[in-house]
Design a protein around this ligand. Sequence first.
Ligand SMILES: O=P(O)(O)OC[C@H]1O[C@H](OP(=O)(O)OP(=O)(O)O)[C@H](O)[C@@H]1O
Length: 128
Amino acid sequence: MADLIPAETEIVAGLELRGIPLVTAISLETGLPAAFVRKEAKAYGTCQAIEGQDVFSRRVTFIEDVISTGGAVKDAHRMAVGSQAHILAVVCAIGGALRSKAFRNFASCPLLREQIWKTPIGIGIGRD
Ligand SMILES: O=P(O)(O)OC[C@H]1O[C@H](OP(=O)(O)OP(=O)(O)O)[C@H](O)[C@@H]1O
């Protein structure tokens, strides 16, 4: 997966929960700093949705284990945009589970929709 991360990436961000061990391994392999995207912002303490790095104005690639409807990526994208991160792409381990609903969800995330055809997820679509 590490080979598939866009070269401009400054931070890799794993989506809770199964994206967390993946992004940790990719961070160790690439040296890119890892962030961790909660399903929703914590209601106390840091009150953050994205932990581990300040993603403000940074180029971020999401790391996911599998995408089905795209709902988890859509939620993460909304929170990352709220933090003014620039999301370059989402790289997932298993793209073949992608369902048609994902395209409706990605329609609200134009950057991801653009990238989806260029990243391994596009390969996943081809296998579906
Ligand atoms: O594209 P989607 O339809 O959103 O489905 C994919 C998501 O579903 C799974 O997580 P789940 O919600 O089961 O949570 P978990 O990783 O915390 O177990 C998986 O790890 C993805 O994050």
